[in-house]
Design a protein around this ligand. Structure first.
Ligand SMILES: NC(=O)c1ccc[n+]([C@@H]2O[C@H](COP(=O)([O-])OP(=O)(O)OC[C@H]3O[C@@H](n4cnc5c(N)ncnc54)[C@H](O)[C@@H]3O)[C@@H](O)[C@H]2O)c1
Length: 255
């Protein structure tokens, strides 16, 4: 077990990639705090990990509020006395043509997808600094490096996360805290609206992916365990792209 006795907080752990990571971490021995606005989904994640003897609980957290991310870490500390790992998977996405996007729509995506990562990291890093160790794993996206029509706010947030991860890594290194990110390609969750009810697009993406399939939430779990475990102790400020190779395929989507 690579995360035995570790305590992990997973934001966005109520569904999709966050849930898969929460369950995967519990299988590796970590106690997991599932932080999300969706408490029904968070409770389901906790029951999935308890089903095989894993430990964890849910904390209602809106990551766009610093007060709430502070509370998320406080509750984890009150229960377990330490926080070793933070995974940020909470995000929102709305596709609106750039000429039509409102200030409110832009702000909502930036508040959750970018600011929410900063607030979660600030809250956790405070504790990790005192501990003298910690691992922060930011789930970003290949949207950080590629454009898609209507996703300007999301792409801006994801691109900024790459810079934020590198900056936090530089500042936190002397405290023994590693900060890395994982940039998934399209993954089959509710988040990937473009795949829904669109078999032609699904097939297009599959056919243009060198590994010839659409990603699953479980594809992100191994890289997340690696970045959260001591196997990656001398790696910081890095981004691992997990996209079946679509980004490097010269005839691929968007190229
Ligand atoms: N699915 C994809 O195709 C894909 C591709 C690249 C990157 N990603 C990234 O992966 C991460 C997870 O996406 P997913 O596919 O699992 O989506 P998802 O919708 O299944 O999960 C997102 C979770 O974030 C939670 N959330 C939303 N707003 C929140 C808030 N204000 N505070 C706390 N929690 C909030 C939701 O309730 C949900 O549980 C995101 O960071 C996303 O940018 C996803």
């Amino acid at each position: 077990m690579r995360l035995r006795d570790k305590v992990a907080i997973v934001t966005g752990g109520a569904s999709g990639i966050g849930r898969a990571i929460a369950v995967g971490f519990a299988r590796e021995g970590a106690a997991v705090v599932v932080a999300d606005i969706n408490m029904m989904g968070a409770a389901e994640t906790v029951s999935q990990l308890e089903a095989f003897g894993g430990r964890g609980f849910a904390v209602e957290t809106d990551v766009s509020s610093k007060e709430q991310t502070d509370n998320m870490v406080k509750v984890a500390m009150d229960h377990f006395g330490h926080v070793d790992i933070l995974v940020t998977s909470a995000a929102v996405l709305e596709e609106v043509p750039v000429q039509d996007i409102t200030v409110e729509q832009w702000d909502n995506i930036i508040d959750v997808t970018l600011n929410g990562v900063l607030y979660s990291a600030q809250s956790a890093i405070k504790v990790m600094k005192e501990q003298g160790c910690g691992k922060v794993v930011i789930i970003s996206s290949i949207a950080a490096f590629r454009g898609r029509a209507g996703q300007q706010a999301y792409c801006a947030a994801e691109g900024s996360l790459t810079g934020l991860a590198a900056n936090l890594a530089v500042q936190m290194g002397e405290y023994g805290i590693c900060v890395n990110s994982i940039a998934p390609g399209i993954i089959d969750t509710d988040f990937a609206e473009s795949l829904k009810d669109n078999p032609e697009y699904r097939e297009f993406r599959r056919a243009h992916t060198p590994l010839r399939r659409i990603g699953k939430p479980e594809d992100i779990v191994g890289p997340a365990i690696f970045l959260a475990s001591s196997d990656s102790d001398f790696i910081t400020g890095e981004t691992i792209v997990v996209d079946g190779g679509i980004s490097i395929y010269t005839n691929g989507y968007g190229l």
